[in-house]
Design a protein around this ligand. Structure first.
Ligand SMILES: [Zn+2]
Length: 187
């Protein structure tokens, strides 16, 4: 089945639920992000999440429904359709975590538009994001990843351990990870 598909069909399959990549893959800013991705010292679980994201293999309900025959695609927190972007970025239940984390780490550029943030992150277009001046030695890519993995972890804690996600805890954990990563980068 897969072998008989054209390249564009394969691409459509792998990119479903992802924003289209409009810019050519070899632009310098994307190479910078990809380079950050390849050279970061972040934990293997974060790398694993990134590989899932880039290949649209995040186990959101929309992705799992056809495989597990789930009865619905609804987010348990808000009732929205649980796409990958919804699960990790745009669900209103963790909007405060993104907003507060961005206020702590990034130079503000108007109200946070999570649809745009999710598209930028999932296509590694991070050149518009600037870190606030601080002693932290991390890249934009690493800073984004710290919150992403914290949201991811909170989702699974809710799923497996029935721990209600708490936005302040999500931000706290992301900041701990950020400082840890910075210390590794300074070494
Ligand atoms: Zn939701």
């Amino acid at each position: 089945m897969v072998l008989s598909m054209t390249n564009s069909q394969l691409r459509t399959m792998y990119m479903r639920d992802h924003p289209p990549i409009i810019r050519p893959a070899l632009e310098v800013h994307r190479l910078t992000s990809v380079s950050s991705f390849l050279h970061t010292r972040m934990h293997s679980s974060a790398r694993n999440l990134w590989f899932r994201l880039l290949h649209n293999k995040v186990p959101s309900k929309v992705n799992l429904r056809p495989i597990l025959r789930l009865p619905d695609e609804m987010c348990v927190f808000c009732g929205g359709r649980e796409t990958t972007a919804h699960m990790l970025f745009t669900c209103p239940s963790h909007a405060d975590a993104w907003t507060n984390y961005f206020a702590l780490v990034f130079v503000p550029s108007g109200p946070l538009n999570m649809d745009q943030v999710s598209q930028d992150i999932m296509s590694l277009n991070l050149q518009e994001y600037r870190l606030l001046d601080s002693e932290l030695k991390v890249s934009v890519f690493e800073a984004v990843t710290c919150l992403l993995t914290s949201v991811w972890r909170a989702k699974w804690q809710h799923h497996f351990d029935a721990v209600a996600p708490d936005n302040q805890s999500i931000v706290d954990r992301a900041m701990v990870n950020l400082r840890h990563l910075s210390a590794l980068n300074i070494l």
